[in-house]
Design a protein around this ligand. Structure first.
Ligand SMILES: [Zn+2]
Length: 148
């Protein structure tokens, strides 16, 4: 398990005139490529595992670190809304906020990311399931955490 680049490496940019910022459209075009066509129904699981690797590579020591990382990179506004069971809500999600209701949750990468972060923080195996999402008609994402 390893990312191709460290977070430090991947954050470097030599774009003197275009700068660091891109429109959210570009991110979403990449994020919602039709991976199922190539990977079959397992695509969601692959995306989840990729998010989990990022969370583990980030290696946060607290939920507060995760909240700050997500605000710094404008991934979303992360909030713990319940402790038993643990439920984490993401407002203004980078992937889905504003997208239409398509009858399915969309944020497999974010769920995996939360899983990877929590496993680093708590040193326990977890499974994260997205229960609310713009893809399901909600105006926030919410994830429920199961300890394995
Ligand atoms: Zn979502």
């Amino acid at each position: 398990m390893a990312l191709k680049f460290t977070i430090e490496e991947i954050s470097k940019s030599d774009r003197d005139t275009l700068g660091r910022d891109i429109d959210i459209t570009v991110f979403r075009l990449i994020r919602f490529m039709d991976l199922e066509r190539y990977l079959g129904r397992g695509a969601h699981g692959v995306i989840y595992e990729c998010g989990k690797e990022l969370g583990q590579a980030l290696n946060p020591s607290s939920i507060d670190d995760v909240v700050k990382f997500c605000e710094k990179y404008k991934i979303g506004k992360v909030e713990v809304v319940n402790k038993e069971p643990l439920q984490i809500r993401v407002h203004e999600c980078i992937s889905c906020s504003g997208l239409p209701n398509v009858g399915e949750n969309l944020c497999w990468f974010e769920g995996g990311f939360i899983a990877g972060c929590l496993e680093s923080i708590l040193d326990k195996k977890v499974r994260v399931k997205e229960t609310h999402c713009a893809g399901l008609g909600n105006n926030f994402c919410q994830f429920e955490i199961k300890f394995l």
